[in-house]
Every structure is written in C-alpha cells, then in structure tokens.
Design a binder for this molecule. Structure first.
Ligand code: GLA
Length: 380
C-alpha cells in the first residue's frame, strides 16, 4: 500500500507552518535589502541623502563611513559652508572643512549639495553694518554678496551638483522675513543670488530652501515670492522643504505642497528631514533657529530610551511621509536626512538644550531603528 502525503502535509507533520515559511521569507528579504541599504532600495525613486558635519568627515570612523556610503548617495554640508564657518573674522576664507566635505563626496561618487549661499543666520552682523552700527548701502552689500557667491560656487564648480542658494527668506508671519539681507536689498537679495550662482556654474541645480513651507500659509507666501522671481527670469530650479517635522505632523501637507510647487516647474527636494519625538513646546514644529526654551524634566521624557510605542509611532510617521514621496517620485529628486544618527542630531539641543531626542533612522549606536526597516519594507 502506498501512502501519499502532500508537501504541505509533510511540513505540517514536521511542525513547520505556512506562517513560519512566510516569516522566514520575509526575514531573508529584509536581510537582503538591509545588506544593500536605502539608496539601493530607493534608486528608482529619488536620491537618499544625509547632512554631514565636519567631525564626521574629519574623523573617518570606519564603521560610520561604511554606514554612510552604504545608505546614502547624496550629502549636504551641515555647517561648514555657512558664512560664519567658511570665512574668518577679517573676511578671508577658511576652506579646510568645506574642502574636506567636498572631497569626501567626490571620493565616494556622491551627489553633493552645497549649503547655503544666502541666509540670515550664522553670519556675522559685521557683514551688514558699518563700524558706527549703521547699515551698509545696498551697493556695498551686493558687492560682498557677489564676491561670496562667485568664490564659493566657482571653487566647487563641477563637484557640487546642487546649491541651497537662499535659505529661509519667508518669515514665521508668512511675509518676507525682515532680515538684514532683505531690509537692505529687498527681492534683489534673492534675484542676485540665483543669477550669480547660475552665471558661475550654469550646470548647478539651484534651490530655494525653507522650513514649515509644506504648511499652507507659508506655502502660499513662498509661491507668491517664487512667482515674482520667475517673472524676473530668475533661474530657480528646485524647491527645498527642510521637513523638520514632529511625530504628530500631518504629512498630507507634503502631498499638497509637492503638487503646488511642482506646478511652478520646480523639482522637489526634502532637504533636512528629521522627526522630533519629544513634547512640543510651541504650536509650530519648528520656528526661528535662535529660539530656546527652558529645560524641564517633563520636556525630556525618554532619557532612558525610546519606549516601544513611540518607536512605532516614529516608524509610522516616516512610513506615512514616504508613501507620499514614493507616489510622487516623478516630481521628487531627493530626500535628505539632517544627520545620520540620533546622537549627533541638532534636535538634542533645539529648541531646548540638553534633551535626548530620537529623530533619525539610526540610533545612538548607529544601529537601524524600526523606522529604517519600515522604509525598506515599503520598497519590497
Ligand atoms: C536650518 C538650516 C540648517 C540647520 C538647521 C538646524 O534648517 O537650514 O542649516 O542649521 O536649521 O540644524
């Protein structure tokens, strides 16, 4: 007598269930994806970037460099190209960190983003003022701007692929920010900056970059400003949404904004993505960078580690955002995280100093978090 037992029957007899097989397959796929990293998983969608600080580039920690080169194909200069970092007090240039950053990108064949050619912050007051405290003339500031932008862009021509030309020109009141730049030069501050960058490196992709500009009020104001620039023939190619958001942010804003900005003919970039998990001390996720609030223990609840349910909420927030980005991948060129791992995030010190935050995909040991796996899962 022959007894025929199906494969399924055999497996059942050995205690292996279909669910176990499915789970093993899933784990194998996860391992394979993790082995190649995010940049590979998203290669048909958009570039995956990270902001690098000068310390990371200088230290060359092999483990961290391996992580960066596996996960990211684009890098942004976190600080080293800001006016107060790249110039000495006497206005002479201080190239060491910026050169090292660009060389790192060239060495690893990465898409390099320069940041930033015009910003109201991290720039000395002396740029805008005479010795007696009065403002310098529009002509004098335009001359300084020209020297600054042409020197920087020319130095890295052919290496830096894209520039955040102007950062944060719209204020929290959704009007043009009354920065020294704007007070002295008006819209010409932006017009000149884009024209100078374009004349110096016609191949560079030129972006306008801001925070909270995925939200309707600032989006409308930004679109008004961009239309004025476009009317004057200004070469703006891309729109950067910094995307410093909170764990409870409504990600739908990004979808509306991707559509609205790309209708102006601009390519879309998420330029500084991180998701703050700590209790918010204001009603906007991010406002003026110089703002600080008082430290209180209840504002810093996860010193001992991130609770499982918050880790899951963070993963879900990243998932919601990336679903939108993937859906509009024909319009989105790049998604850059503001840093690599939680330990080095600026959000440990903003808007309150000395907290323990968890905004990125890699934890304090540079191990991937649930959010990282969730983003890989989306691409399977
Ligand atoms: C802004 C700037 C960045 C950086 C972040 C905070 O978004 O564009 O250069 O300073 O704030 O680190």
């Amino acid at each position: 007598m022959t007894i025929s037992i199906s494969r399924r029957g055999l497996l059942a007899m050995s205690g292996v269930t279909a669910a176990m097989i499915a789970s093993a397959k899933l784990q194998a796929a996860q391992k394979a994806a993790e082995a190649t990293g995010l940049k590979e998983a998203y290669k048909e969608d958009f570039l995956i970037g990270a902001a690098l600080n000068a310390g990371i580039v200088a230290k060359q920690d092999p483990k961290l460099i391996a992580l960066i080169t596996k996960e990211f194909n684009s890098i942004t200069a976190e600080n080293c190209q800001k006016w107060e970092e790249v110039r000495n007090e006497d206005d002479s240039w201080k190239w060491q960190d910026s050169d090292a950053f660009v060389n790192f990108g060239v060495q690893h064949k990465m898409h390099i983003v320069g940041h930033t050619l015009g910003w109201h912050s991290q720039i000395p007051e002396s740029v805008f003022k005479n010795k007696d405290g009065s403002y310098i003339s529009k002509e004098a500031l335009a001359k300084k701007q020209q020297e600054h932008i042409t020197t920087l862009v020319d130095r890295y021509k052919g290496k830096i692929a894209a520039w955040d030309v102007i950062n944060e020109a719209v204020g929290d009141d959704n009007k043009m920010r009354t920065s020294h730049w704007y007070n002295i030069m008006g819209d010409d501050f932006l017009v000149n900056a884009f024209n100078l960058a374009h004349e110096t490196d016609p191949k560079a992709h030129l972006m306008y970059n801001d925070y909270n500009n995925e939200q309707q009020g600032k989006r409308d104001a930004t679109i008004g400003m961009l239309k004025r620039l476009q009317k004057r023939g200004v070469p703006v190619h891309g729109l950067g949404m910094q995307a410093h958001v909170g764990i409870a942010s409504d990600m739908k804003n990004f979808e509306d904004s991707i559509l609205a900005y790309s209708a102006l003919g601009l390519r879309i970039h998420l330029t500084e993505l991180d998701i703050d998990v700590l209790p918010s001390v204001w009603n906007l996720p991010v406002a003026e960078i110089s703002t600080r609030f008082e430290y209180k223990p209840e504002r810093d609840p996860y010193i001992q580690g991130l609770p499982k349910e918050i880790d899951e909420q963070l993963a879900k927030a990243y998932e919601n955002l990336f679903k939108i980005l993937i859906k509009h991948r024909d319009k989105v060129d790049r998604v850059t995280f503001w840093g690599v791992s939680d330990d080095a995030s600026w959000l440990n010190n903003f808007p309150i100093r000395g907290r323990t935050n968890y905004p990125l995909l890699f934890d304090r040991n540079q191990s991937p978090k649930s959010a990282y796996f969730r983003l890989l899962d989306l691409k399977r």
